[in-house]
Design a binder for this molecule. Structure first.
Ligand code: MG
Length: 278
């Protein structure tokens, strides 16, 4: 089985310091956390940013500062979120692609979140895909629903995304797909054969879905964006969540990929802006 790629999603849009003191929200906190998670075994960092009040932000200067500092000080694959909770207009989402992160998230459909609708109309998905394709940024297709797999494959058919595709199955979010192994089997067998996939289990499902993915040959995302608890009643840190999945994966006989090994598995174009890979 190929090595396990671990993505850490340290911040997200939701948790604030009042929920857990361990969520990194400032530039310094996010960069420091990313570097520590690389030391623990993460190879991709999924970036959301916050403003001074900890609310989701789309400020391109903050994105640039975080991405540049992580690039300078680590070998991590930086994956920028193009999620819309910090503003839904295309211009604000597309702006952050100009710094050419190696990867960016792309949600290929709309879904209801617990308290809001996450709206991604076809023209916006297409424009984001087109810009990622032009800048040689690999999209991670964010799959909240079976239909989104089909939409992602259609982008590849229309030459708006390169094959092999990479999918992230988001499972256990209220309003979307339940976190059940039978659904994960169905999803992972429904993508084109050459594709790679990872799973993001929400809340308590993070560990269980992650372990399923380790055994099935998929990859795993952990982090406070999706889950703030280490176990019931005990808050997690991003570092501990990475350390745990590394430990369990090795225990189950599956080695963990370095960032460069992850680049090979994902077929990433060597990033021209990244000195370490130039
Ligand atoms: Mg996200």
């Amino acid at each position: 089985m190929e090595k396990l790629i671990i993505t850490v999603a340290p911040t997200g849009s939701i948790p604030q310091k009042k929920d857990t003191p361990h969520v990194p929200v400032t530039v310094e906190e996010i960069v420091t956390c990313a570097l520590r998670c690389e030391d623990e075994g993460a190879s991709i960092v999924h970036i959301h940013i916050r403003d001074e009040d900890e609310n989701p932000s789309d400020d391109p200067r903050i994105f640039h500062e975080i991405v540049n500092r992580i690039r300078e000080r680590s070998n991590l694959i930086v994956q920028v979120s193009t999620g819309g909770r910090a503003g839904t207009d295309l211009e604000s989402r597309i702006q952050r692609l100009k710094m050419r992160p190696e990867m960016a998230s792309l949600t290929t459909g709309s879904v209801n979140f617990p308290n809001s609708a996450y709206v991604n109309p076809p023209d916006l998905i297409e424009a984001l895909a087109e810009e990622m394709h032009r800048l040689e940024i690999k999209p991670e297709m964010e799959i909240f629903d079976l239909s989104m797999i089909n939409n992602a494959v259609t982008l590849a058919d229309r030459k708006l995304a390169n094959r092999p595709l990479h999918f992230n199955f988001v499972m256990g979010l209220r309003g979307a797909m339940p976190a059940k192994i039978e659904h994960l089997v169905h999803l992972s067998s429904g993508i084109p054969a050459e594709s790679t996939w990872t799973v993001s289990g929400i809340a308590a499902a993070q560990l269980a879905m992650g372990i399923h993915a380790v055994l099935m040959g998929g990859h795993v995302r952990v982090g406070l964006e999706d889950n703030i608890f280490y176990k019931k009643g005990e808050l997690a840190t991003n570092e501990r969540l990475v350390e745990r999945i590394v430990r369990l994966s090795k225990e189950l006989g599956r080695e963990v990929a370095t960032p460069d090994e992850a680049r090979k598995i994902l077929g990433l174009v060597p990033n021209k802006n990244d000195k370490k890979n130039g």
